[in-house]
Design a protein around this ligand. Structure first.
Ligand code: NCD
Ligand code: ZN
Length: 363
């Protein structure tokens, strides 16, 4: 008889991940690889990953420190005002660069080299549309006077509308969608647009950030929003084939988080499947009674939908002899990880959560 306290899925994927570089790379890479098979790797290093050559070198550094055979980093390029259409063609021809990331200049961590105007990338967008290369978008307006909770909605109404209007066949991922306005925009462009949804935007609202004392480890960009926004994300993830998992796990040292100038980013890579199970559990029959519905959903949300959008073969490198087991079992998360001489504090540090996942041999 099946063990009812247990869900089994093929090794999942993370369709939006920050690993950083240098001394901390062994920590971040092995945390991610302990839970997932493939990950879309964000290019916002200092300096950013702008060329196919730089992406190849970064990929090598990631693989060098990785202790797991199954892990496959899927690289991206950082779009600047100077990115050339030729670089897009090179990326398309490579078998390891899978998308280009648009950061509006100044919108978030390490975005100084981002686009100062989306119109500066007109020729690059045309080349991407022509060769069917996906654009990943950090969708927040940088208008200085704009309320921080309205930045996603404002970007949708201005720059994002312009991109969609002018490049009708360009395939786009709306990254870390965080608001009902964002969800509505994805739905109205559903034939060629997908969205990643983070565990923290599914689990937290701005009350978790601001009530009872400011919580720096709940601060990220786009900032977590209202309960109505959170519900829109849950519902879209449950109902729509083009919403899938992207953790936006973004490590910063404790000294930069617990600071008068708190860095934006929440760290979830070491236990992200557990967090998604927690977020969606209330919307399924109790998995201890019937694990199948939650199990089927998590497989679609964490692997299949992203794989379809990126047009990757199902289970490309998935060794069928390995699976992720997610058990309904309480465990206490570590208070912090060693992080190149500093500390890395994950989401829910020191707290007990109800699921525990592990890569195991399939039998
Ligand atoms: C990310 C980071 O730290 O690199 N921070 C964040 O709050 N999400 C950048 C990003 O994805 O916006
Ligand atoms: Zn990110």
């Amino acid at each position: 008889m099946a063990d009812r306290n247990r869900i089994e899925i093929p090794l999942p994927d993370d369709w939006h991940l920050h690993l950083r570089d240098g001394d901390v790379l062994p920590v971040t890479v092995n945390h991610a690889a302990s839970r997932c098979r493939r990950a879309i790797i964000m290019p916002n290093l200092k300096p950013p990953v702008r060329t196919v050559e730089e992406a190849a070198a970064y990929r090598d550094r990631i693989l060098q420190v990785c202790q797991w055979d199954h892990f496959e980093p899927l690289m991206t390029l950082y779009l600047t005002d100077n990115t050339s259409p030729e670089e897009i063609l090179k990326a398309k021809d490579s078998d390891f660069v899978h998308a280009v990331k648009l950061y509006p200049a100044g919108a978030t961590t390490n975005s100084d080299h981002g686009l100062t105007s989306v119109q500066n990338a007109r020729e690059v967008f045309a080349a991407m549309e022509q060769c069917d290369f996906p654009l990943l978008v950090h969708a927040e307006s940088t208008e200085p006077n704009l309320d921080v909770f309205d930045r996603e909605r404002a970007f949708v109404e201005t720059d994002f509308a312009w991109i969609c209007e002018n490049f009708k066949r360009l395939r786009i991922v709306f990254e870390h969608v965080s608001s009902r306005a964002g969800v509505d925009f994805v739905n109205s462009n559903a034939s060629r647009m997908a969205a990643t949804v983070t565990p923290h935007h599914l689990l937290l609202t701005r009350n978790d950030l601001l009530v009872g004392g400011l919580k720096p480890h709940h601060y990220c960009l786009p900032v977590v929003k209202t309960e109505d926004d959170r519900r829109a994300l849950i519902q879209a993830s449950l109902d729509k084939e083009n919403f899938f998992a992207g953790t936006d796990s973004a490590p910063h040292p404790r000294s930069k988080k617990e600071s008068h100038n708190c860095a934006a980013g929440i760290y979830t890579a070491p236990f992200f499947p557990e967090l998604y199970a927690m977020a969606f559990e209330p919307h399924f029959p109790d998995p201890s009674q019937d694990p199948a519905p939650l199990q089927d959903f998590l497989r679609l949300f964490m692997s299949v939908r992203g794989e379809r959008f990126y047009r990757m073969p199902l289970n490309e490198k998935g060794s069928p002899d390995q699976i992720l087991e997610i058990r309904k079992e309480e465990w206490t998360l570590t208070a912090s990880y060693e992080f190149a001489g500093d500390e890395l504090v994950p989401l829910y540090a020191g707290k007990t959560i109800p699921y525990k996942a592990e890569i195991v041999k399939a039998n």
